[in-house]
Design a protein around this ligand. Structure first.
Ligand code: CA
Length: 243
């Protein structure tokens, strides 16, 4: 059984690319160009998750999300918001409008699909199982095994927890302090450089010769599970406008 995803996006080109990539990832896909059309589909063919663009003609994505939350039938329907700019993301964080996650344009298909899987895992565990994926990386949480392509990757328990946390939040940059808190636990007597050392070991384990480095170091900020910017980032979305 595959999860049914409703894409609500007025940019036809982006909608088509998303639909294509989601189908390739084995999702069933519904498409709507505005909130009105989406409203009908939600009633007629209830989706398991909605990808909702913030900026829509007519009713905004934000208002549509609020509407979904107000109705008992859709109050629990998972929503991943697409936002165009950092300011929107900041506003979104501050608003309690009920989105389960958000992705800032431009985003990579791999990142969006990983987010969708993470949200579905929380809301509809039967549809995705206990497997976390990012690019060619796959973690079977229940079996405690990690694969990069066909190759099994062996990790220590701490490296496993760190990778799991990054896989649950792909594309997000975490400071060393945040990682310390969430992976080691705030009570742990560990120094920040322990985080660097663990990331270094994780990286060595994940990236065999010739494979692209999936762990991004953000200078003075921290770390993220991410693809190098030139390879995949532009496939899901046109480059950001400079206006
Ligand atoms: Ca739009």
């Amino acid at each position: 059984m595959s999860a049914r995803i409703l894409i609500v996006e007025d940019e036809a080109a982006l909608r088509k690319i998303l639909a294509y990539n989601l189908r390739a990832a084995n999702f069933e896909v519904l498409q709507a160009a505005d909130a009105e059309e989406a409203e009908l589909l939600v009633t007629e063919q209830p989706p398991d998750l909605v990808i909702l663009d913030w900026m829509l003609p007519g009713m905004s994505g934000l208002e549509f999300c609020r509407r979904l939350r107000r109705r008992p039938a859709t109050a629990e329907l998972p929503v991943v918001m697409l936002t165009a700019r950092a300011e929107e993301t900041d506003r979104l964080r501050g608003l309690d409008m009920g989105a389960d996650d958000y992705v800032t344009k431009p985003f990579s298909t791999a990142e969006l699909i990983a987010r969708i899987r993470a949200v579905l895992r929380r809301s509809r565990p039967g549809l995705v199982g206990d497997v976390l994926t990012f690019h060619d990386l796959r973690m079977d949480v229940a079996a405690h095994r990690v694969f990069r392509g066909q190759r099994e990757v062996h990790l220590t328990p701490t490296e496993f927890r760190l990778l799991r946390y990054l896989l649950e939040n792909p594309g997000r940059v975490f400071s060393r302090g945040q990682l310390l808190d969430r992976v080691w636990g705030s009570a742990a007597e560990v120094e920040l450089r322990t985080v660097d050392a663990t990331v270094r070991r994780l990286r060595r384990a994940l990236n065999a010769a010739g494979e692209i480095d999936l762990v991004r170091t953000v200078r003075a900020e921290g770390y993220a599970l991410d693809l190098p910017s030139a390879t995949d980032r532009t496939t899901a979305c046109p480059p950001p406008s400079t206006a």
